[in-house]
Design a protein around this ligand. Structure first.
Ligand code: F6P
Length: 359
């Protein structure tokens, strides 16, 4: 087996467990006698002159690195290089520069750790530059198809569950309805899983159309049953009953979901007479030390990604299926975008427990 030189990068929003995946790949590559290089800030590092990267050595990747949130390589979730936003407001295809940057490193293959958006871009770049690529799925949103879970989701759910644990006593002490807004982009996985685990009374996800009256009915019933408080979890992409998306515009025009928690809190207060309060969990869901599940998943994925390179299997994404790590075609994973299965076990469980989905 010839000595290979491989690259690894993290792309898209950070999440817990990225460092564990990088660590696993570094150790596996070292055991195979290969060299591994970390590309800094995802594809943004390849745009720099010279491209920014560093050699990764196992000594720098002891167990401690696994405990750290974020990514030691840095990442970017801004701009599609095929239509990159320029300072003058125009868009430019800068993909050649990224491909040239990668080629200049003389690597045999690259491991891209990303979500479905990043994979779509990385796959196009890989095809354009004939780059050997393997993908590792990560996203707190857990919306990547063909894998049961992705790095970061378990930690995000753990953080959101803990938030509900902490909101419950204050809700009970003040006779309040506490509304927790969680992330997840267009998929409600975090809300559904944390809502069940954290004992929510109402879970609102973008996949299910709700009415304020149904939410109010549930909360009134909670009160009738003798309980003086309620917990509501709402996913950030839930729309208003009129179908409006609520977004926040940040500097530079970047738009992100935000506002549905406050909107619903007002609606619930008006409809029930309960005092309400809102917690928007935001990036707290991404930043913590990974759970043991995310460390295990990331370790298995990192090893498998390097092994795929050893086998010469490219254009593949490592995936979790039936208690095992497997590999699937990246394009199949991108095409199989995974929202909540409305007839799936977790939806059935929520309904069977009497949790209101607002419908
Ligand atoms: O995709 C991960 C995610 O955290 C989403 O859940 C959220 O909508 C978005 O990223 C936030 O993006 P940013 O970090 O750019 O604010």
């Amino acid at each position: 087996m010839s000595k290979k030189q491989i690259g690894i990068l993290t792309s898209g929003g950070d999440c817990a467990g990225l460092n564990a995946a990088i660590r696993a790949a570094v150790h596996r590559a070292h055991i195979l006698g290969w060299e591994i290089y970390g590309i800094i800030d995802g594809t943004a590092g390849l745009l720099r002159d010279p491209p920014e990267y560093k050699k990764l050595h196992p000594n720098d990747f002891d167990g401690n690195i696994m405990r750290l949130g974020g990514t030691v390589l840095g990442t970017t979730n801004k701009g599609n290089p095929f239509s990159f936003p320029m300072p003058d407001g125009s868009q430019k295809d800068i993909s050649d520069k990224i491909v040239d940057g990668f080629k200049s490193l003389g690597l045999d293959a690259v491991i891209g750790i990303g979500g479905d958006g990043s994979f779509a871009i990385l796959k196009k770049l890989a095809e354009k530059g004939r780059i050997n690529m393997v993908g590792i799925p990560k996203t707190i949103d857990n919306d990547i198809g063909m894998t049961e879970t992705s790095i970061g989701f378990d930690t995000a759910v753990a953080v959101a569950t803990e938030a509900l644990d902490r909101l419950q006593p204050t809700a009970a002490s003040h006779d309040r309805v506490m509304v927790l807004e969680v992330m997840g982009r267009d998929a409600g996985h975090i809300a559904l899983s944390a809502g069940i685990s954290g004992g929510a009374d109402v879970i609102l996800v973008p996949e299910v159309k709700y009415s304020v009256e149904k939410i109010a009915e549930k909360i009134r019933n909670v009160k009738k049953s003798g309980r003086n408080f309620a917990l509501v979890v709402v996913s950030e992409a839930v729309k208003t009953p009129e179908g409006d998306k609520l977004v926040v515009t940040y500097h530079g025009g970047e738009k992100r979901y935000g506002g549905i928690g406050h909107y619903l809190s007002q609606q619930i207060a008006d409809a029930t007479g309960f005092e309400t309060r809102v917690t928007v969990l935001g990036h707290v869901q991404r930043g913590s030390s990974p759970t043991y599940n995310d460390r295990l998943l990331a370790s298995a994925f990192g090893v498998k990604a390097v092994d795929l390179i050893q086998e010469g299997k490219f254009g593949r994404m490592v995936a979790w299926s039936n208690r095992q790590v497997v590999d699937v075609a990246i394009e199949d994973a991108i095409a199989a975008y995974q929202q909540i299965d409305l007839n799936g076990t977790l939806m059935q469980t929520a309904r069977a427990l009497g949790i209101s989905l607002g419908d």
